[in-house]
Ligand binder design. Structure first.
Ligand SMILES: Nc1ncnc2c1ncn2[C@@H]1O[C@H](COP(=O)(O)OP(=O)(O)O)[C@@H](O)[C@H]1O
Ligand SMILES: [Mg+2]
Length: 141
């Protein structure tokens, strides 16, 4: 992945295209952490990943559900939003440890809530606002 970063992306459509592009670098068992403010484009990027993995229906932010499972994707895609979680215990209560064992790609919005819960080897993308668009940068965990 590293060779593509940093990159500037200036529309929601291009954000989805980028998600679809990086989906080819992801395999079952991978965890992708998306770090960025509200409105950074984390859900759009995830939508692009989901579409590239075969999902035809919309991808919405799991802010209220905490987690959305896209079993129509191959590999399956599990989409978390930790924004509304207060403690790591809440994450454990929804089965975080079981999710880590799943044959699936895990994408996390707001991973910075509980850095201690992020497994070694997680791919991280930082998204910043710049001039109406976004700058994405990649760092190994
Ligand atoms: N690269 C981009 N450039 C400009 N606008 C974007 C970009 N990515 C997403 N957006 C817009 O930003 C808003 C928030 O996107 P969303 O994916 O919901 O962000 P997040 O999940 O990080 O809160 C949406 O209105 C979307 O159209
Ligand atoms: Mg979101």
């Amino acid at each position: 992945m590293q060779q593509y970063f940093p990159v500037e992306i200036d529309s929601p459509e291009a954000m989805k295209d980028f998600g679809s592009h990086i989906s080819r670098k992801l395999a079952s068992g991978d965890v992708l952490a998306l770090i960025g403010d509200l409105g950074a484009g984390k859900t759009h990027l995830t939508q692009g990943i989901a579409q590239a993995l075969g999902r035809e229906e919309a991808v919405t932010s799991p802010t209220f559900a905490l987690v959305n499972e896209y079993t129509d994707c191959s590999p399956e895609l599990i989409h978390f939003d930790w924004y509304r979680m207060e403690t790591p215990e809440e994450l454990l209560a929804i089965g975080w440890e079981d999710y880590l064992e799943r044959e699936a790609i895990l994408v996390i919005e707001w991973p910075d809530r509980f850095p201690e819960m992020i497994p070694t080897g997680t791919h991280c993308i930082h998204i910043e606002h710049i001039n109406g668009g976004r700058r994405l940068s990649y760092a190994l965990a």
